[in-house]
Design a protein around this ligand. Structure first.
Ligand code: FES
Length: 249
């Protein structure tokens, strides 16, 4: 199977980027997007060129390290699927693909398809950790949590931090990401501590490092973890709760 590729090449954050054309003539439908890039890099290296830089780690949808834009869609044409789990067979054995980095003003390009997503780290850092003097490990059943709350908290905790939601948003907002963290922790007893402080600090980073949320919903269409739009509402709810209560928790 022959695929023509247009690949974004950029030497460093300050260089202008460009698309470079390549052909992979021995692709197979079972290949994932990252395997296709591996194959391309073998070809480039055999020809004495510089391989295309891209990020990956688990290659099974768990870590959030991968993430490229394929034909203008963050992660690729298969909805709610990370780049490492996008297989050529799932998008009609394409003849042509254009692959570029995740695009957002908050994610400067480091090189080729690699972007700097530390803005997401700063958001998490602002939320801080839950500071509980727990002593020795408590019995698991000492602090009972309702089944429904536990399940919902786990649903929000499924976010893998890939940043596709930010890249998909026309405003470059990170409300789905931040809301997943806020909603996850607000549902659990330990997370209720420092809830107001956490919301205030995270909203400050949201407002300074990312764009405003216009509730377009394009973030949920690409999220590999299936985080619901309800997470965006959680940002507003937690922020208003903090304002009304006027104190840290
Ligand atoms: S490489 Fe880990 S989610 Fe894709």
């Amino acid at each position: 199977m022959r695929i023509e590729l247009e690949i974004w090449r950029q030497d460093d954050p300050s260089s202008p980027g460009r698309f470079e054309s390549h052909v992979v003539s021995d692709a197979v439908p079972e290949m994932s997007l990252l395997e296709l890039l591996d194959r391309l890099n073998d070809q480039i290296a055999d020809a004495g060129g510089e391989p295309v830089q891209f990020e990956s780690d688990c290659r099974e949808g768990a870590c959030g390290a991968c993430g490229v834009t394929v034909d203008d869609v963050p992660h690729g044409p298969v909805p709610n699927t990370p780049s490492c789990r996008q297989h050529l067979r799932d998008f009609g054995n394409p003849e042509r693909l254009r692959i570029e980095p995740l695009r957002s003003a908050s994610f400067p390009v480091v090189r080729d398809l690699v972007v700097d997503r530390t803005a997401l780290d700063r958001l998490i850092e602002a939320g801080g950790h839950v500071d509980v003097m727990a002593g020795t490990a408590a019995d698991a059943d000492q602090l009972l949590i309702g089944h429904e709350d536990a399940e919902r908290a786990l649903d929000f905790a499924a976010c893998i931090g890939c940043g596709a939601c930010v890249a998909a948003c026309p405003n470059g907002a990170a409300h789905l990401f931040a809301g997943a963290k806020l909603a996850h922790l607000a549902l659990l007893p330990h997370g209720k501590l420092e809830r107001g402080r956490r919301a205030k600090a995270m909203v400050e980073v949201l407002e300074t490092e990312f764009g405003p949320c216009g509730t377009y919903g394009s973030c949920v269409e690409v999220c590999p973890a299936g985080i619901p739009l309800e997470a965006v509402a959680a940002v507003h709810r937690e922020r208003l709760r903090r304002v009304w209560r006027g104190r840290a928790d």
